[in-house]
Design a protein around this ligand. Structure first.
Ligand SMILES: Nc1nc2c(c(=O)[nH]1)N[C@H]1C(S)=C(S)[C@@H](COP(=O)(O)OP(=O)(O)OC[C@H]3O[C@@H](n4cnc5c(=O)[nH]c(N)nc54)[C@H](O)[C@@H]3O)O[C@H]1N2
Ligand SMILES: Nc1nc2c(c(=O)[nH]1)N[C@H]1C(S)=C(S)[C@@H](COP(=O)(O)OP(=O)(O)OC[C@H]3O[C@@H](n4cnc5c(=O)[nH]c(N)nc54)[C@H](O)[C@@H]3O)O[C@H]1N2
Ligand SMILES: [Mo]
Length: 688
């Protein structure tokens, strides 16, 4: 008999989720046998979600990509043959050089496309950013998730900062607004539960009766994209009833008179019509929120990115981010609001990403939300060179970008050279000229920030890379060598990059030792004002926005595709995260796919009856952009007028080879040029 050596390795969950869990991986004789939450990390508290519990199933998946592949069939057909790393890298470098050599501007015809497949600072935009900067490639404007809300926070509060996660446990009222915490922010939910057990009231504001709504004291099921109207009507009630912290308003805010005047135009009756709820619901919500002024009890708001994927997303977030100042909620550590904590992290971005390698060039930015249109644009003065090469990593655009028909058309271009760094043969990988196999989090180093808490995490490799897979950073390092780049920064290894990411701002020995380091931030950051805005105040009115030609004051901005605006397409469709997937990641993990079932459209019984539809029917969901076939589920989670396609399924698993993004548009948000996935009208009928 041989003896098995078992070790436990400290890691970090790489996924795009506010929780950024600290992980413990058990390794027996070089094989990872179990991934669990680190009990010593306060926010993770020893547990992880169902998805990450299955991490070994994902890592050792029989369909993991383990060798470089070269396309042999038509684009999209998914036919590839195995090639050596050397052959692949040589050919890719030669193809890129051929584009770059044409003219100084030509390098912009090369476009990186990446997002948060891993949130790691090293395997994300570390070595990759250096590579594309040196090349002079187009920059990518990474808008796909959070720019509307992010800009809104920056203009209103000054940065992407807010309450500290742990203090929600002490709040007495929590508005969970545009967030399905049970699904997508489980470790926040733990603190909310603690608060509830100590007597807090939880109110969920969401067009869907989510698992989170089930567990709250109240649920307000407004129409998608109407949060700005609701926030204005709440302000109206706070003003009319004088539930205001006048001292806080005078000392620490800018533009109150203007905001007051605007809010007074939004009595609950007006907002109720827009939101598709009753005026009484708005009055009751205002009474709960306003009561905290008199009682001194802490009122908190947790919003998530769900509510900013509509035309007026940023304006809505600006209005909601203004609310705590009206009642002085920021005075307490358990009061205020949180959308993102990412602004708290002292990342040494320039040292890590080396924008100096641009050497004076200023490439254009391509908006990742409009990749469908942009891949189809010819060379022009406006646009610059047509896109000739696309290098995709940490993202699955063919599945997740809006208006898929255009995205697919673009990816199908025979003259487009596409390289995809992936762990699996996704919808996007099917269109690659080369697929390069990437390691998973169990196989590489990385260091992390978080957008839901304030701890830095380190990920140590638990096992050796499987097959011939390599970390993204290594792939870009080798590509750089094949391009002939000789700067010493292209020789730095991943552990060095991990150290570089925070420099001296974080104690790296402590990270190595315990896996996480908590940042020192103020408990109640805005108790005495000190907002990181130019004025130091909470900016209801923004001079900066006014100077850019925007309304300096937030307002309700209706959807591009507003409810009741189209007789042809009378239903609003939203496509929020499915609990057992993470965007399009995990869809191919069988045990999770079985839990999630099949692609479904949830609909209210009245809307179904009006169309003669029953649960289990195959339905045709369609609009001017396309057709998506799936099964119908009549559901008590649905409100009238809204249908729900939980996401993001792989297209190739869809009944007609599409997913919900066949229907979503490339219209953009009011600020931040973000996508508007939840601003989408459709019609539904029975499929023959
Ligand atoms: N399990 C799981 N977890 C995830 C993800 C996932 O796909 N699966 N995705 C991750 C990602 S990428 C992100 S960005 C984060 C945050 O991800 P978000 O996409 O913000 O996810 P949720 O917290 O589920 O919030 C979405 C909620 O907003 C609601 N909603 C939709 N439109 C509106 C609206 O107009 N107004 C209001 N008030 N509510 C609306 C939806 O019904 C849904 O319940 O979560 C991450 N966590
Ligand atoms: N209809 C609709 N569409 C949406 C959304 C929605 O709610 N509704 N949500 C949007 C949001 S919020 C977001 S953030 C985007 C997310 O879109 P993406 O950021 O594209 O996220 P994923 O779909 O999870 O795809 C990530 C891919 O990266 C790969 N990957 C993971 N780790 C690594 C690695 O280390 N190296 C390499 N090379 N690859 C890796 C995974 O295998 C996976 O295929 O989707 C958006 N699209
Ligand atoms: Mo996201």
């Amino acid at each position: 008999m041989y003896s098995v050596t078992t070790t436990q390795v400290l890691g970090a969950c790489p996924h795009d989720c506010p929780d950024t869990c600290s992980l413990l991986t058990t390794v027996a004789d070089g094989v990872a046998t179990k991934v669990q939450g680190n009990p010593k990390h306060p926010h993770t508290a020893g547990f992880v979600c169902t998805k990450v519990l299955r991490y070994t199933e994902r890592t050792y998946h029989p369909q993991r990509l383990l060798h470089p592949l070269k396309r042999v069939g038509a684009k999209g057909a998914g036919q590839f043959e195995r090639v050596s790393w050397e052959a692949a890298l040589q050919d890719i470098a030669a193809r890129l050089q051929a584009i770059v050599r044409r003219s100084p501007e030509a390098a912009q015809a090369v476009v990186p496309y990446s997002y948060a497949g891993t949130m790691g600072l090293v395997q994300g935009e570390g070595m990759a950013a250096r590579f594309f900067h040196k090349l002079g490639a187009s920059l990518l404007y990474r808008t796909i998730c959070s720019t509307a809300g992010g800009e809104a926070l920056t203009y209103t509060l000054g940065a992407k900062v807010g309450m500290r996660l742990e203090f929600f446990a002490e709040s007495k009222l929590i508005l969970i607004w545009g967030s399905n915490s049970v699904t997508s922010n489980l470790h926040f939910w733990r603190y909310a539960q603690k608060a509830k057990h100590s007597g807090a009231k939880l109110i969920c504001i969401d067009p869907r009766r989510t698992e989170t709504a089930d567990k709250c004291d109240e649920h307000i099921a407004l129409l998608p994209g109407t949060d700005g109207a609701l926030a204005l009507a709440l302000m109206h009630e706070l003003i009319k009833n004088d539930w205001l912290d006048h001292d806080y308003l005078v000392r620490y805010t800018l533009g109150w008179d203007l905001l007051r005047e605007r809010a007074l135009q939004w009595p609950p009756e007006r907002a109720a019509l827009v939101c598709g709820i009753t005026p009484e619901q708005i009055r009751a919500l205002a009474a709960d929120y306003g009561a905290c002024v008199a009682t001194g009890q802490a009122a908190a708001i947790r919003i998530n990115y769900g509510l900013q994927r509509v035309h007026g997303g940023a304006n809505a977030v600006r209005l909601i981010a203004s609310l705590p100042a009206l009642i002085g909620a920021w005075r307490q550590r358990a009061g205020g609001m949180l959308l993102s904590s990412s602004g708290a992290f002292p990342i040494q971005k320039a040292v890590l990403q080396r924008p100096d390698l641009l050497a004076g060039r200023t490439p254009r930015s391509i908006n990742m939300a409009t990749i469908g249109n942009d891949l189809l644009r010819p060379t022009s003065k406006d646009f610059g060179p047509a896109i000739k090469a696309l290098i995709v990593y940490d993202s699955n655009p063919v599945a997740i970008a809006p208006e898929s028909a255009k995205v697919v058309q673009g990816f199908s271009r025979p003259d487009l050279f596409t390289v995809v760094l992936e762990q699996f043969q996704t919808d996007t990988a099917d269109y690659a000229d080369y697929i390069l196999p990437a390691t998973t989090q169990l196989e590489h180093w990385d260091v992390h920030a978080s957008y839901g808490h304030t701890d830095v995490l380190l990920n140590q490799p638990a096992i050796a890379p499987l097959g011939e897979a390599k970390p993204n950073a290594q792939i870009f390092r080798e590509l750089a060598a094949h391009m002939g780049y000789t700067e010493p920064c292209f020789a730095e290894d991943d552990l060095t990059l991990c150290r570089t990411a925070y420099g001296n701002a974080v104690n790296f020995d402590k990270l190595l030792d315990q896996g996480f380091v908590t940042l020192t931030t103020k408990e109640a950051p805005f108790a005495d004002g000190n907002f990181p805005t130019p004025s130091g105040q909470c900016e209801f009115f923004s001079e900066r926005l006014a100077a850019l030609g925007f309304d300096g004051l937030p307002d309700h901005v209706p959807n591009h595709e507003a409810f009741n605006s189209s007789p042809q397409y009378p239903l609003a469709m939203i496509s929020p995260p499915a609990r057992n997937f993470l965007n399009s990641t995990f869809v191919n993990v069988q045990s999770l796919r079985e839990l999630q079932g099949e692609p479904l459209l949830e609909m209210h019984a009245l809307d179904a009856a009006a169309r003669g539809l029953q649960s289990g029917d195959t339905v045709r969901v369609f609009n001017q952009r396309g057709v998506y076939l799936c099964k119908l589920k009549i559901s008590p989670r649905a409100r009238t007028g809204v249908v729900y396609g939980l996401s993001v399924w792989w297209r190739k698993l869809g009944l007609n080879g599409t997913n919900v993004n066949q229907l979503t548009s490339q219209n953009l948000t009011d600020l931040g040029a973000g996508p508007t996935f939840y601003d989408c009208l459709v019609q539904v009928e029975k499929a023959n």
